[in-house]
Design a protein around this ligand. Sequence first.
Ligand SMILES: *Cc1c(COP(=O)(O)O)cnc(C)c1O
Length: 399
Amino acid sequence: LNDTGQLLTSFEPGAPAGAHGIPLCVPELRGREGDYLQECLETNMVSSVGPFVERFERQLAERTQRAYGVATCSGTAALHVALQIAGVRLDDEVLVSALSFIAPANAIRYVGARPVFMDAEPRFWQMDSGKTIEFLDKECIWRRGGLYNKSSGRRVGAILPVHILGHPVDLDPIIAAAQKYSIPLIEDAAEGLGSLYNGRPLGGLGDAGCLSFNGNKIITTGGGGMLVTENAAWAKEAKYLTTQAKDDPLEYIHNNVGYNYRLTNIQAALGCAQMEGLDQYVEAKRANAQAYKVCLTEVEGITTMPEAPWAFSAFWLYTVLVDENQYGESSRSLLKRLGAHGVQARPLWEPLHRSQAHAGSQNYRVEIADQIHARALSLPSSVGLTEAQRQRVVDLIRR
Ligand SMILES: *Cc1c(COP(=O)(O)O)cnc(C)c1O
């Protein structure tokens, strides 16, 4: 439990927050979560049937300005099903961000396809739309009604940009390229609920958007995810696949291999309560980001977290870049020093083109992702982070 009695759900080895420490990112559960859970108990609807599931699906569809939401047991499950309904097949390739949590790359492998890793751009650290388009235009060729990678001979089955840390990818050029080549675009907006790109909500920009409600995300259901789409056939297919592909629920006839990817009514009840707090959480994260920026902007060797002119970022995890030469200490040394004082910071993910899990995968001119990875450090970013806690973090960084 932290100072305010919240359960810490996001401990990372190497940087334990400790009893009086400051955790990286913990949920805020002070709304109607308890009331709604009680309602599940009283109505005996604790499993996958119940009114909260549909209500939560409607809330997320509305929030992302899409017609349909299909709840899943995790964000990773949503990604898996999204790739399947988008028609990604065995031995296809999917273009995906190199600088990302591993889940989207794993989901690509679940459908038998292969990731091709795209670099990050240096300004906002997101998937580089210029390099992605260059790959499509120069490294691929149109034949047999599809776009094929010249070097591997494989079909490009989808493009999967990941909005990292709550900031949007510059998506319009990628959307245009995807349309030009008739390639489905699936957004991984797991870290971007509540963020906007040119005024439009993340998750609602591609052919399908995937969200996560894991414990450290902007809102949480304990664990859970959602696929949002404008496509009625896709939504129907997603519901079918995530509920064991039942063709006759009475006689248990299944004509396809489905999955048990359902979200329970209990989880959805938490989600409905969390959605009532979303605007307030985003506001708190943005205020936190602004305060960090003001305090750290003058520190030599520290680059504060950017926000593009076309972005409204929810600043999911406030992240800085540490220049070892200018700052006099590496990001990893600072990570350990913060940890020794009970402050839980975290590096970004190992760039996926270096991951053993995806060894042998192609990447296209990835270089910036490594540079960002070497220098980046995410700082405590809970909605409930107090001014005093933030000041402690800032003081340690300022020395
Ligand atoms: C958290 C996350 C996921 C996976 O979500 P789960 O609900 O944990 O399965 C996918 N992509 C990104 C970018 C994430 O941060």
